[in-house]
Design a protein around this ligand. Structure first.
Ligand code: NAP
Length: 302
């Protein structure tokens, strides 16, 4: 297949490109730094600097849309919220305009979303039929999904990937947690009762490959392991896998002071279940957190 990937240079995209290249697909990655695409995504991957380069006569069989500014790195000032919005919603709207202009439309658009769709929901179990939240991440995901779904009216199969916390030692939340945990400075966040719905990066890539090729699948899918845990359990498990103590607590008040509204990403959670993936018989190689962390950390030499 000829596949266009936005956000292909990111944590998920790089791993996805590797898997797609191994299957022999022809890849094009949209990037603001097109010169970095071959080194990040693989030799032979074409780079696209702007969606304006997509000519109507150029055919992609599938489009995967992962681009988005990192949501946790900075305080959510009005300016930052606009940047987060434009990098997802405006980019997706432009992508759908390009799909509309294409003489031969892709069969499928696999578009990013996140479990933030549901907002902070305490202990409630959430599946794809649960209502959306109404905080900033939820509004972002609602609009992101709606922008992608506009491609359905063009005859494109649209899958929406509500991604959980992706576990990878390369980067992301886990990549950042490992150094302090290795120093025995593991830290629980707030009261530790907030849920963390996580997914091993290899399981996520397997889910994406399935969504890409199974033409019966469409609509939203929770891309999370079937066994979410609380932050307290995540902290205990990571410390145990690393054979270190985790003696500290990051007080909620301090996080709110330093991070402002974005502290909600750490202090509130969602207990998300991958009901539609399980109904479609998707198997998880790493459904259990201790097993998933053990697997990832053994790869990184622990
Ligand atoms: N990792 C997770 O745990 C997780 C969880 C839930 C949802 N997600 C979502 O899934 C998507 C991929 O996640 P990831 O972890 O792979 O993200 P990542 O490592 O931060 O990569 C994001 C990608 O988006 C592109 N990008 C960033 N800002 C952009 C902008 N202003 N305009 C155009 N492109 C921009 C970047 O490409 P260039 O720099 O090459 O242009 C980068 O490759 C993101 O949208 C993220 O919000 C991730």
């Amino acid at each position: 297949m000829r596949i266009l990937i936005t956000g292909g240079t990111g944590l998920i995209g790089r791993r996805l490109c590797k898997a797609l290249l191994a299957e022999g697909h022809d890849l094009t990655v949209l990037s603001r730094k097109p010169e970095t695409v071959p080194s990040k995504c693989g030799a032979g991957v074409h780079a696209m600097a702007s969606l304006r380069e997509w000519q109507p006569s150029q055919t992609f069989d599938a489009v995967i849309n992962l681009a988005g500014e990192p949501i946790i790195d900075q305080r959510w000032t009005d300016k930052r919220k606009q940047v987060l919005w434009d990098s997802r919603i405006s980019l997706t709207e432009e992508l759908v305009r390009r799909i509309a202009a294409a003489e031969c439309k892709p069969a499928v658009l696999l578009s990013g979303s996140a479990i933030g769709y549901y907002g902070g929901r305490g202990d409630e179990e959430l599946d794809e039929n649960s209502t959306a939240g109404n905080d900033f991440p939820a509004r972002l995901c609602i609009a992101w999904e709606a922008a992608a779904r506009a491609a359905e009216s063009l005859g494109v199969r649209v899958c929406l990937q509500r991604t959980g916390l992706v576990l990878s030692t390369e980067d992301g939340l886990l990549g950042r947690m490992i150094p302090p945990f290795r120093l025995g400075m593991g830290t629980r966040v707030g009261d530790g009762r907030q849920w963390m719905s996580w997914v091993h990066i290899e399981d996520l890539i397997a889910i994406m490959l399935r969504l890409l090729r199974d033409d019966q699948m469409h609509g939203p899918y929770n891309a999370t392991s079937p066994q979410p845990v609380t932050n307290a359990e995540f902290t205990r498990t990571l410390a145990s896998v690393l054979h270190r103590p985790a003696p500290f607590v990051a007080p909620a008040a301090l996080l709110k002071l330093s991070m402002g509204e974005s502290a909600s990403l750490l202090l509130e959670g969602q207990r998300v279940l991958p009901k539609r993936l399980q109904a479609a018989q998707c198997r998880f190689a790493h459904p259990d957190l201790a097993n998933a962390l053990g697997d990832l950390l053994s790869d990184s030499g622990d």
